[in-house]
Design a protein around this ligand. Structure first.
Ligand code: G1P
Length: 285
């Protein structure tokens, strides 16, 4: 099936979570704004999406986080008066990255009810277009190779199906992630997926391939997630709805494939991963 690359121009970055692995600091600053040496964590997701040709990013935030995000994404206004001063050129150049970033739109998520709700809140904005979802606390440093979103886009263009990123982890780590069972190999690093399970125990895990927060969905995703979206209002206070069961349904109907991602991966959603990423960036400084 032929697909037009220019129609993948939208992405969702869910950022409404509580950041409970980082308490108490995540009660003061949104996790997505944590400093990674000299950048806020959200920088990596934005840069990756820019390189994949995305034009509009819908960031799903909780109300208390919104001012932090607005303040960062309005930085142009804050620094604009410096642009008239030639001696401040080096400062202005440090902000050049911002010029080419996709346009950002904020979508409010009142309570942290999980990834399914965060994505569901964007349905009207996405409409019938294919779209990326990227979890900003999974960071890939892809020096000299295509980044994960570029890889997903290429796979989508080749196979015309919704595609999720895969990354192999050690057996003791499968319990922390969504895990996929791989079926037939369709091409280099690309597989049919036969099953998806959220955070299985090591003996229940169908493989060691985890979902590192990179998804490119076609509109048939919305039918697959209907059941989860219908349950949102029934959730108890401490419950969250994942998208893994919806993806499992898509896999069963042959609507989902996986692509193994290369590059240096950091799980910056965990303190030790964030620290390693900062150290890595410092070593490149
Ligand atoms: C989420 C997803 C999980 C994915 C992981 C990647 O889990 O639910 O499928 O593998 O991100 O980091 P969370 O980190 O929110 O517990």
């Amino acid at each position: 099936m032929k697909v037009n690359s220019s129609n993948v121009t939208k992405a969702i970055i869910p950022a409404g979570g509580l950041g409970s692995r980082f308490l108490p600091v995540s009660a003061a600053i949104p996790k997505e704004m944590f400093p990674v040496f000299d950048k806020p964590l959200i920088y990596y997701a934005m840069d990756e999406l820019k390189s994949a040709g995305v034009k509009d990013v819908f960031i799903v935030v909780s109300p208390w986080k919104l001012p932090f995000f607005e303040s960062f994404f309005n930085l142009k206004n804050r620094y604009s008066r410096l642009s008239d001063d030639p001696s401040k050129l080096n400062i202005i150049q440090k902000l050049d990255f911002f010029k080419s970033w996709p346009k950002v739109h904020f979508v409010l998520q009142q309570e942290a009810k999980g990834l399914a709700e965060a994505i569901g809140l964007c349905q009207n904005h996405i409409g019938e277009d294919p779209f990326f979802v990227i979890l900003p606390d999974e960071v890939f440093i892809s020096s000299n190779i295509a980044n994960p979103s570029q890889n997903l886009l290429a796979t989508y263009l080749e196979f015309g199906q919704s595609v999720v990123g895969l990354f192999e982890v050690a057996p003791e780590d499968v319990k922390n992630y969504g895990i996929a069972a791989l079926g037939d190999c369709l091409g280099e690093s690309t597989f049919k997926l036969t099953k998806l399970v959220e955070k299985p125990s090591v003996d229940q895990a169908p493989s060691q391939y985890m979902l590192p927060g990179r998804y490119l969905f076609k509109p048939d995703f919305w039918q697959a997630i209907e059941e989860e979206l219908g349950q949102i209002s029934l959730l108890k206070a401490n419950q969250e709805l994942h998208i893994t069961n919806a993806m499992d349904r898509m896999a069963l109907q042959n609507l989902l494939i996986g692509h193994v991602i290369r590059g240096e991966r950091f799980d910056a959603g965990r303190p030790e991963g964030l620290l390693s990423l900062s150290q890595f960036e410092y070593s490149r400084f």
